[in-house]
Design a protein around this ligand. Structure first.
Ligand code: ATP
Ligand code: MG
Length: 508
């Protein structure tokens, strides 16, 4: 630091008797001042004048421009002899962040250069925030993946028990309780997957106006009579390509939050419009590329969101509601769905003046047709003994054990393999299955690679892929493999497993 200041002042700091007041601050490229130990400004350059213009007292005392709690920090840095750097936020709104480079003390005076680093700090905050969201997403996705395996086994064994204990049996009601609770756990896991953007979407080309009109009856019931709902539909609104159920979930979650923020009633407005974005825009901490979007604003007249809370509302499990009232997954689900759909979401709020959430979804141009993957009918196979052999590849023991038992119970012959390599060995041994069921994520070779290898010798072998999540990447890989491949999401029930197997054997 001394070297830096020394250079600026023509290397005169070699002696202790430099007269800082004689320095020509206007030759300096930075906003600069000379101050006393207690913060009084003795001289300043034009750049400094420009920097603090509009900030009261900025030309008299160096600490006058700072926020009350930041001022002591600056003054104490001036009172120690050594050079130092201090960052303070300015008083008033919008607040800016100034960095003070304080030169070493010289005869009771010091030279200070000041830099406005507001933009830098905002960008830095955005990077930190987006890394945080990404890390939480990865964590949530990982937890959800493990939970899906556990739940598949729990729900599956429960189904097996239920086959032996029919309604009327003393244990039936208890088992139904277990199954219902496992299903509730599965729906929590789905929300986590939504946040980590790893859930399966069935996008269709959708008219948001129709979807909102359709949804408005439910919304009115949800928000109660104290809150009025206004729909303001944009004219000639573009189409979007989203999963309808997920889109409804987004609007419902936002509406419920709005209702909770308006305990004494108020207005909930949902407004749609087209938004042609000509330059990339920073939305929250992400960059929205230029393009055509459909904008959906959900605005309420509730309590508003405090500034210390607003930065965290999209995090999973963040809630300000009492224990039992909120899980804190509402907005993280919204965020995940919007981002997985290629959209963006921003929030604006002022305390006491309500909150407004804005969503941009990419406008869809092109064919209007249902592109969603085929849904399997839940028809359960009736035939008791099925003469077919199935190769089952799954690394999770409880999942494999349940699936094998369930399939054997249906009369299939089942070969079990705990990883892809073991499956290949079985096939090399001369086994020829009629169907292969394989997990996607396994240690060693993964599902898609296994399918590719197996298809070299058995090109028409039908395959069912089971997985806790299906990101776009996996879909593309499966599509590239071609042939008869069905997808079965975890957790699955006995019925879902057997009907998918039945269907593949029939068609495949
Ligand atoms: N419209 C709003 N007005 C005021 N505060 C809001 C609004 N929407 C969300 N919040 C704040 O954000 C927090 C997180 O919302 P989120 O929907 O993720 O969880 P939750 O509503 O608390 O619980 P859950 O939705 O899982 O039942 C809320 O607890 C609340 O403090
Ligand atoms: Mg909520």
């Amino acid at each position: 630091m001394a070297g830096f200041f020394g250079k600026l002042l023509g290397r005169r700091t070699a002696t202790n008797s430099v007269d800082l007041l004689a320095a020509d601050l206007d030759v300096l490229p930075l906003a600069s001042i000379v101050v006393t130990r207690d913060g009084e400004i003795l001289s300043s350059n034009a750049a400094y004048g420009a920097l603090v213009s509009g900030l009261a007292g900025g030309l008299e005392r160096v600490d006058a421009i700072g926020r009350e709690d930041d001022r002591p920090m600056l003054l104490s840095a001036l009172s120690v002899e050594d050079a130092s750097t201090v960052e303070i936020s300015t008083a008033g709104a919008p607040s800016r962040v100034f960095r003070f480079l304080i030169g070493p003390e010289n005869a009771g005076r010091r030279m200070v250069c000041v830099d406005d680093i507001t933009t830098f700090r905002i960008l830095e905050g955005q990077v930190v925030q987006s890394q945080k969201m990404q890390a939480i997403g990865q964590l949530a996705g990982g937890v959800a993946h493990d939970f899906n395996n556990l739940l598949t086994a729990m729900i599956g064994y429960c189904d097996l028990l239920l086959q032996r204990h029919r309604p009327g049996d003393a244990s039936f009601a208890d088992m139904m309780q277990i199954k219902q609770n496992a299903n509730r756990a599965a729906s929590l896991v789905r929300q986590l997957l939504a946040f980590s953007r790893k859930q399966q979407l069935k996008p269709v080309v959708l008219d948001i106006t129709d979807a909102l009109i359709e949804l408005s009856h439910l919304l009115r019931r949800l928000i109660g009579q104290q809150v009025t709902l206004d729909l303001e539909h944009g004219r000639d609104l573009g189409m979007v390509r989203v999963d309808l159920g997920q889109f409804e979930q987004v609007v419902v979650n936002l509406a419920i939050n709005a209702r909770d923020a308006m305990p004494r009633g108020g207005h909930l407005t949902i407004r749609t419009s087209n938004d042609a974005v000509t330059h990339p825009r920073i939305i929250a901490h992400e960059t929205m590329p230029a393009g055509e979007y459909v904008k959906i604003e959900v605005r309420d007249t509730g309590t508003g969101i405090p500034t210390d809370v607003i930065g965290r509302i999209f995090e999973p499990f963040f809630t300000t509601k009492p224990i039992g009232a909120g899980t804190g997954l509402g907005l993280s689900t919204v965020y995940g769905i919007v981002r997985q759909t290629g959209g963006f979401i921003a929030v604006h709020s002022q305390m006491g003046r309500g909150a407004s959430f804005t969503i941009w979804l990419p406008r869809h141009r092109g064919d209007i047709q249902d592109e969603g993957p085929r849904e399997v009918e839940a028809a359960s196979p009736t035939e008791a003994a099925q003469d077919a052999s199935i190769l089952l590849v799954e690394d999770e023991d409880p999942v494999r054990a349940f699936a094998a038992r369930a399939l054997r119970g249906k009369g299939y012959r089942v070969m079990e393999a705990r990883h892809a390599e073991a499956a290949l060995q079985l096939l090399e041994g001369g086994e020829v299955p009629d169907l292969m069921i394989t997990d996607v994520v396994m240690p060693g070779m993964d599902g898609p690679t296994l399918i590719h290898q197996v298809r070299q010798n058995l090109p028409s072998l039908p395959v069912i892929c089971v997985s806790g999540h299906a990101d776009d990447d996996l879909r593309t890989r499966l599509d590239q493999l071609g042939g008869a491949i069905a997808f079965l999401p975890k957790p699955f029930s006995l019925k879902q497993l057997s009907s998918r197997v039945h269907e593949m054997l029939k068609n495949g």
